[in-house]
Design a protein around this ligand. Sequence first.
Ligand SMILES: Cc1cc2nc3c(=O)[nH]c(=O)nc-3n(C[C@H](O)[C@H](O)[C@H](O)COP(=O)(O)OP(=O)(O)OC[C@H]3O[C@@H](n4cnc5c(N)ncnc54)[C@H](O)[C@@H]3O)c2cc1C
Length: 478
Amino acid sequence: MRAEKKEVVIAGAGLPSLLLALKIAEDHPQNKILILEKNAELGGMFRSFDYGEHGFFDHGMHIIYETCIPAIDDVIGSVLDKDQWIFLEGNRKDIAGIYYNNQLQKDTPYVDFRNLKLKNRLRYTGGFFYNLALTLKGEPSFDNAEEALRWRFGKLVSNEVFEPILRKLYSRNLTELAPFATQLLAMNRIALFDKKVMLKLMKSDAIRARVAYPDQLNLPNFRPNNQRGLYPKKFGMFRVMNAIEKKLNKYGVKIQTSADIKELQVEGKTLKSVHYVTRESGAQTVSADHLYWGAGTPPLAMLLKMPTRALKIDKNPPGRFVNLIFDTPPNMGELYYFYCFEPGFQTFRVTRYGNYCADADEKGLYRVCIELWPQNEEEALKTQPLEVALSELKKFGVITDKHRLVFSAVEIQAAGFPLPTVGNISNHKIIRDFIVSQNISNITPIGALAEEGVFFLKDVLIDTFAKAKLRGHIHESN
Ligand SMILES: Cc1cc2nc3c(=O)[nH]c(=O)nc-3n(C[C@H](O)[C@H](O)[C@H](O)COP(=O)(O)OP(=O)(O)OC[C@H]3O[C@@H](n4cnc5c(N)ncnc54)[C@H](O)[C@@H]3O)c2cc1C
């Protein structure tokens, strides 16, 4: 029996949406699929900047981490030939550091108390263990970041160590930030002891959950899975997007970029059609049996006519990518990237592409991306991103006076990191609840924050594929 032909529309062409389109096309080639993307390019945050003779730069650090679900990982893997991928495995899956207490930590991305003054090290270690003994019963739920950090590390460490770090990152108090703020970067553990001691203490699950082994490259195998990171052998994440686009074209999937979705025509509780405008073809209407909305829930709620007052999302000024090429390797050891936790710096993260993709470096040309997060509009207007980036890289010790700058470009971040405030998390819930309350049978929100706690690519993919399986558009999701 021939399966019924369906019109599937996917709004937003981030990586999860593109992989979903590919899987639907593979499983049900008879379906007509249309992707509508607001931008001129596909891939969302997984795009790359093209600087002509100076080559490409990704939008900061992006590696595709497997979901550990074969039906999904097979789709990711199939995008390129096996020999075109780099597989980052074991302790080399993610080599991250932090700049904290005026030191670039290369051995662990967790705040390392061994670098603190002895007096504070003793106070914090004592406070931590006193608290640990009181909180062994299992993790409760928390209303804000302060509660989460106090439960994990005790009041002293929460107030004196993490409060300044989170304020530096998000310009908010711990009570204004959601527990989610402590999950975005490595804040679930602290480093306290040397390797020998930790090898013994790690036998305790309670300690291993909160105290880090201080040497990430030699971490004993305590991992719950064999998740790998994937990156194309030739530098530039755009290659993955181009390869998906080529496959989608082969399947006859229609891709419309620079599309402005103006209206969703709903009759009763069913979406009938999507109205959009493009510069070259003007106003267009497409009938839709199903719409997967992967373009953020606020614009979907707006199209479904949610009162705009509730759609307020609190933001900091957009960040900047400062893309640099030097004539000498930056001093970052084997780090793929590090976060800056030190107050007084604009740097959020520094990425050294050549450490996970050798092709990013050419002889005598080494790429670094610095993401700057100005604290407020005044700081954003007052400071020159290139000057700030070079000065902070020197303070980190990543470059010296000997490093010659060969190329630089500054870009404004289109989609910044969402501010993980209690208010924003609650507004996202109100928005999701509004969408659910509309009870429209054939619109499915997917993508980051489409569901509570779904943010990282792995979780977004698992959520997206599970929903598509439930709606009969793909065969398997696990
Ligand atoms: C700054 C940042 C960095 C992140 N880094 C990581 C990371 O390193 N690892 C990780 O696992 N997760 C990371 N995440 C989480 C990330 O949300 C997920 O990894 C995942 O990529 C999100 O995919 P998405 O398709 O939902 O969003 P996106 O990649 O943002 O794609 C959404 C697409 O929808 C388009 N769009 C928006 N509005 C409309 C509209 N009205 N009509 C049509 N199209 C529209 C956009 O142009 C974009 O192409 C990061 C998130 C942010 C914000």
